[in-house]
Design a protein around this ligand. Structure first.
Ligand code: CDV
Length: 322
């Protein structure tokens, strides 16, 4: 019997540095209204959805960056989002910068039930970029300065979502999507819906700005499609898109099925809602055949995955008699 869930990726156009959270939240509420009109049950917003992508801005005094962080959720500024969720009966995923009561900082995402209760929290594990100002780079990427590595692992929870009944939901954040280990940890918990947000610059500043634009998009899609296929899950990937304070983010939000196929894709560089009707029973095929983990995984051969971080050179072959 089909377990149908209508999901949306709510891509956000640029949020400028000078714009307050009220501007972003107003736009997000309008996307929720549109989602409601289209019968959507889950809306996925991008990584760090409430502000500009602030890790591109260097603050010598780390504490001066605290105004980008949320100390509470909901707050006065984010309350309209929670009210819209309640009004329309829509669950949502939100990426934001979290400051804990102990003063710790994380790049975080929450999955919120329409009642406003937080069902699941995830803190980004794979932080790209650097911690100190890099004079060689034209644009900084200071995630390692502003955030700690996430300390919650890759959790999955089974929770009632929309009309589909209980759904196994998990999250990744941006750079995590490029790491098969992260997807597999979710797959090992029988995830059925992976929600993820991203802010990906069109230029590869790790390579002085060079990398063909189409390859930047290809690598994003390739990672998400492979992650969904190899772990038999749906994926909803919502981007921030367009030019923020002169810096372009490539957008191209997608919804992917457990076969790895793209079901919907954003085509603008602005606020845009893409939707898909997902039959969660589609997760069974992969899970019960080629990716039946219990039948086919060979953990005895995978020790390096957790024992070793960086790549090591292999043993060198020597011709016999040398
Ligand atoms: N926000 C990100 O994690 N962005 C990275 C960029 C820097 C490569 C990404 O993987 O998309």
């Amino acid at each position: 019997m089909a377990r149908r869930l209508t999901v949306a990726a709510a891509q956000l156009g640029p949020i400028q540095k000078a714009e307050g959270r009220d501007v972003a939240v107003g736009r997000m509420v309008r996307l929720m209204e549109r989602a409601h009109q289209r019968g959507v049950e889950v809306v996925v917003f991008p990584e760090l959805a409430l502000t500009t992508f602030f890790p591109r801005w260097y603050e010598e005094d780390r504490a001066a960056a605290d105004n980008w962080f949320e100390a509470a959720l909901p707050s006065n500024e984010t309350a309209p989002l929670f009210e819209a969720a309640r009004k329309y009966g829509i669950a949502f995923h939100l990426g934001y910068a979290e400051k804990t009561p102990e003063g710790r900082h994380f790049n975080t995402a929450v999955f919120v039930h329409p009642s406003g209760e937080i069902v699941l929290k995830y803190r980004k594990v794979h932080l790209p970029g650097h911690a100190e100002y890099d004079p060689v780079r034209k644009v900084q990427h200071l995630e390692k300065r502003y955030f700690e590595v996430g300390d919650l692992g890759f959790p999955v929870v089974r929770a009632p979502v929309g009309g589909a009944g209980p759904v196994n939901v998990g999250m990744l954040i941006c750079n995590d999507r490029r790491w098969p280990e992260a997807w597999r940890v979710l797959g090992l918990q029988s995830v059925e819906l992976v929600m993820l947000g991203y802010n990906t610059p069109s230029l590869n500043m790790d390579n002085r700005g060079f990398e063909a634009h189409h390859l930047r998009v290809l690598h994003s899609h390739l990672s998400i499609q492979a992650g969904c296929y190899q772990n038999a899950t749906f994926g909803v990937a919502a981007a921030k898109a367009g030019v923020e304070d002169g810096h372009e983010l490539f957008g191209h939000s997608i919804i992917v099925n457990p076969q790895g196929e793209i079901m919907a894709q954003a085509t603008s560089w602005d606020d845009e809602l893409i939707t898909a009707d997902c039959d969660l029973e589609m997760c069974r095929l992969g899970r019960e055949t080629i990716f039946n983990f219990a039948a086919h995984r060979r953990v005895e051969a995978y020790a390096r995955i957790t024992a070793q971080t960086g790549a090591q050179p292999p043993a060198e072959w020597q011709p016999r008699g040398a």
